[in-house]
Design a protein around this ligand. Structure first.
Ligand code: ZN
Length: 272
């Protein structure tokens, strides 16, 4: 058995407006069977009718630089242990056309950044990439010191977030909700296009985000395709709801890992 293009299109058209922008987090393995045409077909179906598709295209495994405290003053409560001076990875310079992407991003983001009409954001470790009519506008909102600009732009445009076979622990926009709830984002370091080491904004631990499910469920739309469970969250409502829930009960986002430094520091308010 195969998931057909027609079945995909039915589900996408039932869940998403014809020409709206949508952020997609996906696992093609979630279908439990092959998808006709693979990631490129899923992408074509999502783009059909004039939608704009936004995906995470993170590249920290390539471009991040580990820094030590000896290199200069470093923020405290920053969700990390600084490297010893002998250091870790030196980082490859990031450019928006470098083609480098973390292996765990999955097939859909890899297929999207390979397209000629793809736009990719100016952020060496947590870039977003997009294709479709609003791609340039959404992506232009990203900078090293404004990692979630494209998500704010998506919310302003009335866009959605589609979780295609993945859970809330993959919904990057919930880090923006943390920021809206008053938390400061973590600082990380990476190799910019000119080879310089730059400080950048980055999200923290996402593993506790499923704790927000009861708050987000009333606005969500769902469908199943094969074994793949899909959930659509209207972003504006999701951000407002999640930010209010986090502000009221900061522990909601804490993950199950005992002593998780990123959760501990985020819940305390982020870096100082
Ligand atoms: Zn955690």
């Amino acid at each position: 058995m195969t998931i057909t293009t027609r079945r995909l299109a039915e589900a996408v058209d039932a869940l998403l407006p014809a020409d709206g922008p949508v952020m997609v987090h996906s696992s093609l393995r979630s279908f439990g069977q092959p998808v006709e045409g693979g990631a490129d077909t899923v992408l074509d179906v999502l783009l059909a009718g004039g939608r704009t598709v936004l995906v995470p295209s993170f590249s920290g495994s390539h471009c991040a630089v580990w820094v030590s405290e000896g290199d200069g003053p470093r923020p405290r409560r920053n969700g990390m242990v600084y490297a010893d001076p002998s250091g870790g990875p030196a980082g490859v310079p990031y450019t928006t056309d470098c083609g480098l992407i973390d292996a765990d991003m999955g097939a859909l983001p890899a297929a999207l950044i390979a397209r000629r009409d793809a736009h990719r954001g100016d952020h060496p470790i947590n870039s977003f990439a997009a294709a479709g009519p609003l791609a340039a506008e959404l992506i232009a909102a990203q900078r090293p010191d404004d990692v979630y600009g494209p998500l704010r732009a998506l919310a302003e445009r009335g866009g959605d977030v589609l979780l295609l076979g993945v859970g809330l622990n993959r919904m990057t926009a919930l880090h923006l909700a943390e920021q809206l709830a008053g938390r400061r984002l973590f600082v990380r370091w990476a190799r910019a296009a000119d080879g310089a080491v730059v400080a950048v904004e980055a999200g923290g631990c996402s593993e506790g985000f499923p704790g927000l499910a009861p708050h987000l469920a009333p606005h969500a739309r769902t469908a199943s395709v094969g074994a793949s469970r899909w959930t659509v969250h209207p972003l504006r409502e999701a951000l407002a709801t999640a930010a209010a829930a986090i502000a009221a009960d900061p522990e909601l986002t804490r993950c199950a890992e005992p002593g998780c430094l990123r959760c501990e520091h985020a819940i305390a308010g982020g870096p100082l």
